[in-house]
Design a protein around this ligand. Structure first.
Ligand code: NAP
Length: 255
């Protein structure tokens, strides 16, 4: 198999928001990118064009992280993309980012809502990573995206935060079990960031925005590049010895 030194990162949910920013930051840093989307193929294609304009290669693939039954077929499509575009059979970095939130009081959260979050965040991160393991090279990296809400508690996020707490435990076990292959695994836990997430409330609701800014050391809410830059830094050369860690990227929320 022909090998090049260019590192390849696979980022789930990179058509918008934090994943898109991470993809562009990593491309600026010299990486090639496989990015996924669920519905917004056009937006994913725009990101591909932006990465290509930076002189890097990129491919976008459709993926529903809430449907673990589709993960084997997805791994096959990743393998095909690696062969077609890079003449390689493995990639270097996986960023488990795709996801949606849920705002519902503990007393009113339904089993259906809970199960939906389990499928996307817990089963998604666990079994997608499992299926992709043969395609990740020894010495590679994995970043799982959690949330500040796994540390501090805001009413209305019980079910969502439980999932993110699970992702943080999962990260430590992945780090332990994949360490012998030289793969480091870490959690990045963003604070509240201006994206479409949660109906875009942090970005579009001035009251919410000001309230979060008031409890953030840096005095404002986060922007996508605040997190994209952190993901890129954690996947840069020279940081592979960091493993099993939770790094909060929140500008110092609720310190
Ligand atoms: P976003 O702007 O809503 O973007 C979500 C991305 O994930 C999109 O690319 C979307 O694809 C994809 N996606 C959504 N559901 C999916 C599914 N079931 N299967 C596959 N892909 C799916 O959200 P974001 O703010 O960037 O959030 C990214 C991650 O950060 C999530 O895990 C979220 O929990 C976490 N997070 C966000 C915040 C925040 O304040 N924004 C804070 C803490 C943690 P389409 O475009 O095709 O729909």
């Amino acid at each position: 198999m022909a090998e090049s030194n260019t590192r390849i990162a696979l980022i789930t949910g990179a058509s918008r928001g934090l994943g898109r920013s991470a993809a562009l930051k990593l491309a600026e840093q010299g990486m090639d990118i496989i990015l996924t989307y669920k519905d917004n193929g056009n937006k994913a294609q725009e990101v591909v064009h932006q990465i290509t304009a930076l002189g890097r290669k990129a491919v976008s693939l459709q993926l529903d992280v809430g449907d673990s039954g589709g993960f084997s077929a997805f791994a096959g499509r990743v393998k095909g993309a690696l062969l077609d575009t890079w003449q390689r059979d493995q990639f270097d970095c996986l960023v488990n980012n795709a996801g949606t939130g849920l705002q519902a009081p503990f007393a009113e959260t339904t089993e259906e809502q809970f199960d939906m979050l389990v499928d996307i965040h817990l089963k998604g991160t666990f079994f997608l990573t499992q299926k992709l393991l043969p395609l990740i090279r020894d010495g590679g990296r994995i970043v799982n995206i959690s949330s500040g809400l796994a540390r501090f508690s805001f009413p209305g996020y019980a079910a969502y935060a439980v999932m993110k707490g699970g992702i943080e435990v999962m990260t430590r076990y992945m780090a332990k079990e994949l360490g012998p292959r030289g793969i480091s695994v870490n959690t990045i836990a963003p604070g509240a960031i201006e994206t479409d997430f949660g109906g875009g409330a942090v970005r579009d609701n001035a009251q919410v925005n000001a309230q979060i800014a008031s409890i953030t050391a840096m005095g404002r809410v986060g922007l996508p590049d605040d997190v994209g830059g952190a993901v890129a830094a954690l996947l840069a050369d020279g940081t592979h010895w960091i493993s099993g860690q939770r790094i909060e990227v929140s500008g110092g929320m609720v310190l």
